[in-house]
Design a protein around this ligand. Structure first.
Ligand SMILES: NC(=O)c1ccc[n+]([C@@H]2O[C@H](COP(=O)([O-])OP(=O)(O)OC[C@H]3O[C@@H](n4cnc5c(N)ncnc54)[C@H](O)[C@@H]3O)[C@@H](O)[C@H]2O)c1
Length: 259
């Protein structure tokens, strides 16, 4: 029997990358999955919906629809995110507002829509994708990192406030994972190949990660195997957040554009 057999899971940001890998792991572990994203999925996913996770009305209607159809929500995966690889002085106010209005707002709206239902049922696991940038400073993407720190604060506070009601809230904090987002932070596929050595140099495991390696950790946090794990920030990063690698600061990843 699957580790998520019979559990109803809602996923925001499930069209590709870490989100899609998690949808596939959830399905393989027996969950009933309601995946969503603002874009069409790159693979066919049963029960898929187009939802803008920053739109209060769309998020509410989607969550209400899942509860009407499935009767409950056991697992919420807040995975929506965009990256901004700019130094602080180069970041415009509009860019600052936009990334907070996406990365933080989406997790707020998704969680706020599902939480009353979980409180009523006295059960639920909420997992939010933060980042290495949610636990450590990085030179090249300070505002993105601020949004990912905000998700850690949100998650820990939910855990503390609602643990007594049977609700768990945890973050996964990926390091460099080979997805469209990572490749999109670079100018070209060729640049990805050239910059790989920098990503690898700043990762003690000496490689970038795969989306499924994050998905496996999300499954654990979604499952009852982690029933006493609450308010945790879980790096999935080949030890990158555990400490600085010796070397030139300009070999750190995301140093692009930072002088
Ligand atoms: N790839 C990495 O190296 C890495 C590292 C740390 C954290 N993360 C985080 O992991 C998560 C997934 O990233 P990924 O690497 O799979 O990249 P990705 O770009 O493939 O996934 C992000 C998903 O969010 C969706 N999305 C964007 N705006 C949306 C909106 N308004 N409503 C609904 N969906 C929306 C995108 O369509 C996309 O499918 C993100 O939160 C990202 O910040 C990624």
């Amino acid at each position: 029997m699957g580790r998520l057999a019979g559990k109803v899971a809602v996923v925001f940001g499930g069209a590709r990358g870490i989100g899609l890998a998690t949808v596939k792991e959830f399905l393989a572990e027996g969950a009933i999955v309601f995946a969503s994203d603002i874009r069409e999925p790159v693979e066919d996913i049963p029960g898929y919906s187009i939802v803008d996770a920053t739109d209060e009305g769309q998020v509410g209607a989607f969550v209400d629809g899942v509860i009407a159809e499935a009767g409950r929500i056991d697992v919420l995966f807040n995975n929506v995110g965009i990256h901004l690889g700019k130094s602080l002085v180069d970041t415009t106010l509009a860019e600052f507002d936009d990334i907070f209005a996406l990365n933080v707002r989406a997790a707020f709206l998704g969680t706020r829509a599902v939480l009353p239902h979980m409180i009523e049922r006295k059960a639920g696991s909420i997992i939010t994708t933060s980042s290495n940038g949610g636990v450590m400073g990085r030179p090249g993407d300070p505002v993105y990192n601020a949004t990912k720190h905000a998700l850690v604060g949100l998650t820990k506070s939910i855990a503390v406030a609602h643990a007594h009601q049977g609700i768990r809230a945890n973050t996964v904090n990926p390091g460099a994972i080979d997805t469209d987002m990572l490749r999109g932070t670079l100018a070209s596929p060729e640049e990805f190949e050239t910059k790989q050595h920098q990503l690898v140099a700043s990762t003690p495991a000496a490689r970038v990660g795969e989306a499924w390696e994050v998905a496996k950790a999300v499954v654990f946090l979604a499952s009852d195997e982690s029933r006493f794990v609450n308010g945790v920030v879980l790096p999935i990063d080949g030890a990158k957040a555990a400490g600085a690698m010796p070397g030139n600061r300009y070999s750190l990843d995301f140093e692009l554009g930072v002088r």
